[in-house]
Design a protein around this ligand. Structure first.
Ligand code: EPU
Length: 341
């Protein structure tokens, strides 16, 4: 099957922030076997290649992308191993992440149920090491397969190879642009989810006096909490958390506590602390404000909604103002979460 290549495609229709210019070329990938030929053709014409999943964590500049955008639609959902305690599944990178969660929850498997209702594709999940309500995909991902543009081979990368950390992996840092992920392999558990659960989840369960913890119960709780706190990108364009939470060293936290005794902070490994950037932005007074068409979400200041912005430039101006306000007040440099095409 030969691939159809479209030209001059408005990228704003393919990213959930609904901003940005056009792609010079765009094509859908349906199988790993298609990758080699199309990547070689792009190389011959000296065109850069960008792989797009669901577009829920990607921003597009106003001048668009002067290269080839490949939309990853590679399907697949297969059980490839089972023991008394766990089940290993291999999933095509183009599958909807939440469909994968739903299917594993229906199989009564635990491990990714707290990652329910996250927009985007399975192949994008490891790129930013998606995490929510106490789980991270790095905790269940065994390995993945990817086309390596450097060696022109499909390779298997182990969990350790991916260099996972909070909201990060080598796919968006040291190996940016090198791999096209074709499938991910997850090991999920037959045992039921066990407390302690993330605070908001526990509160939701307590309010309903729920003490029977199944993957389905946790999925329903997470979906309800998210529906309340996070705007639906289909109705209000956004990319989820627009900023990462801030990671600070102990001396910084102690310093901040002198001025802000109530500052929330969560322990991380290596004597680092995570400070919710939503809290930092809220303290600057920007929560709920409209900046250049971008709304700082009134239920979580970490989220920016494109209410009436007309360009990436509008978004960039709003971003500069928010980053500046946090820096001026707290001397903390916050960083953006979505990747830029
Ligand atoms: N907070 C505020 N004001 C705000 C927002 C948050 O004070 O406007 C404080 C509160 O103290 C709250 C704490 O921040 O207790 C944590 O808030 P929440 O549980 O809503 O989570 P978050 O830190 O804002 C992170 C992830 C989300 C994920 C939730 C739940 C990042 C960048 N974001 O947000 O992920 O759903 O935890 O686990 O780590 C995403 O990445 O797109 C995303 C939605």
């Amino acid at each position: 099957m030969s691939i159809t290549i479209h030209t001059d495609v408005p990228l704003k229709n393919y990213v959930t922030m609904r901003l940005g210019g056009r792609a010079r070329f765009m094509a859908d990938l349906h199988s790993p076997s298609e990758i080699h030929e199309i990547v070689q053709r792009a190389k011959e014409q000296q065109l850069p290649v960008f792989v797009l999943g669901g577009g829920s964590n990607t921003l597009v500049h106003d001048d668009g992308y002067q290269g080839l955008v490949l939309r990853n639609r590679i399907p697949g959902f297969e059980v490839i191993g089972e023991t008394a305690s766990d089940v290993t599944i291999k999933v095509g990178a183009g599958e909807s992440w939440d469909d994968v969660v739903r299917r594993t929850v229906e199989m009564r498997l635990s491990g990714i149920e707290a990652l329910s209702a996250i927009p985007g594709t399975a192949g994008a999940a490891p790129v930013q090491n998606i995490g929510a309500y106490g789980q991270e995909v790095a905790e269940t991902l065994i390995s993945l397969e990817a086309y390596d543009e450097q060696t022109s081979q499909i390779v298997t990368l182990s969990n350790a190879d991916c260099l996972f950390s909070y909201r990060n992996s080598m796919f968006r840092s040291s190996a940016l642009g090198r791999y096209i992920i074709t499938s991910i392999t997850l090991r999920l558990f037959k045992a039921a989810p066990a407390p302690p659960f993330y605070k908001a989840v526990q509160e939701y369960l307590d309010e309903r006096s729920t003490t029977l913890y199944t993957p389905e119960v946790i999925r329903q709780a997470v979906m309800a909490i998210r529906a309340d706190k996070l705007p639906d990108p289909k109705e209000r364009p956004n990319t989820g958390s627009f900023f990462k939470n801030a990671i600070v060293e102990d001396w910084q936290l102690n310093d901040l506590k002198k001025d802000y005794p109530d500052i929330p902070a969560y322990d991380m490994p290596d004597q680092l602390y995570k400070i919710p950037t939503g809290w930092l932005i809220e303290q600057t007074g920007l929560k709920g404000q409209l900046l250049h068409g971008m709304r700082v979400h009134d239920k979580n200041a970490l989220v920016l909604i494109n209410e009436s912005a007309t360009s990436y430039e509008d978004l960039a101006t709003a971003r500069t103002e928010i980053i500046g306000a946090v820096r001026d007040k707290f001397r903390i440099q916050i960083s953006q979460e979505p990747l830029e095409m």
